[in-house]
Ligand binder design. Structure first.
Ligand code: IMP
Ligand code: MG
Length: 190
């Protein structure tokens, strides 16, 4: 059987962050989060599907009691954002009286996290809402949104792997890389 990673590797123009680099950075982020939220009632809200790998690896490094909830939203089609954030479930997590840390794969335009933070603040009653992203893209934000915890800053390139997709592909790569122009064209929405 041909290696799936080999097959996908040919569509990656360059590796930005190897698995070991990501894990070392998660050690640091988890330390910082554990220190900042010590003694607090913390709920981590992971935004699916992009933060699945990030969340799984980060949470196992945080050494304090916490709750985990997941939210599924969609706003992105192909390599450009639609700006409209759709909530894919009827109920929001119950975070009344708790500190919330939103987890997402990447901060790009800021539309997604802005919409989620807004909805949580107006419809639930959290003590605080902060934001943690694995990647922060160097682009002007469409929405006023600062990330409180950032794994890595990146240039304005379309990246995939370690949870991040292009047309639902490449999430299962263990590293983060830049997709080739050929692959962008090959899998472009019809
Ligand atoms: P924003 O709402 O524009 O900040 O976009 C956030 C969402 O868009 C992320 O949760 C990702 O799912 C997706 N996204 C933005 N940039 C990229 C990228 O470079 N690769 C893969 N997905 C991306
Ligand atoms: Mg996506």
């Amino acid at each position: 059987m041909p290696s799936a990673d080999g097959e996908m590797r040919s569509e990656i123009r360059g590796v930005l962050f190897r698995e070991s680099t990501i894990m070392s950075r998660l050690d640091e982020l988890a330390d910082q989060i554990s220190r900042d939220y010590a003694g607090c009632d913390l709920t981590i809200v992971a935004i699916l599907n992009g933060s699945l790998m990030f969340g799984a690896d980060l949470l196992r490094r945080i050494e304090m009691p916490l709750r985990l909830d997941c939210l599924s939203v969609s706003s992105y089609h192909g390599a450009s954002t639609t700006g409209v954030v759709k909530f894919n479930q009827a109920r929001l997590p119950d975070v009344h009286g708790r500190h919330v840390l939103l987890l997402d794969d990447i901060l790009d335009s800021g539309n997604t996290l802005h919409a989620i933070r807004d909805k949580l603040l107006t419809e639930t009653n959290p003590l605080s809402v902060k934001v943690c992203v694995l990647l922060r893209k160097d682009v002007p934000r469409a929405r006023e949104l600062e990330a409180d915890y950032v794994g890595f800053d990146i240039a304005n390139e379309f990246v995939v792997g370690y949870g991040l997709d292009y047309m639902e592909r490449f999430r299962n790569l263990p590293y983060i890389g830049v997709i080739s122009d050929e692959a962008i064209a090959k899998y472009a929405p019809q």
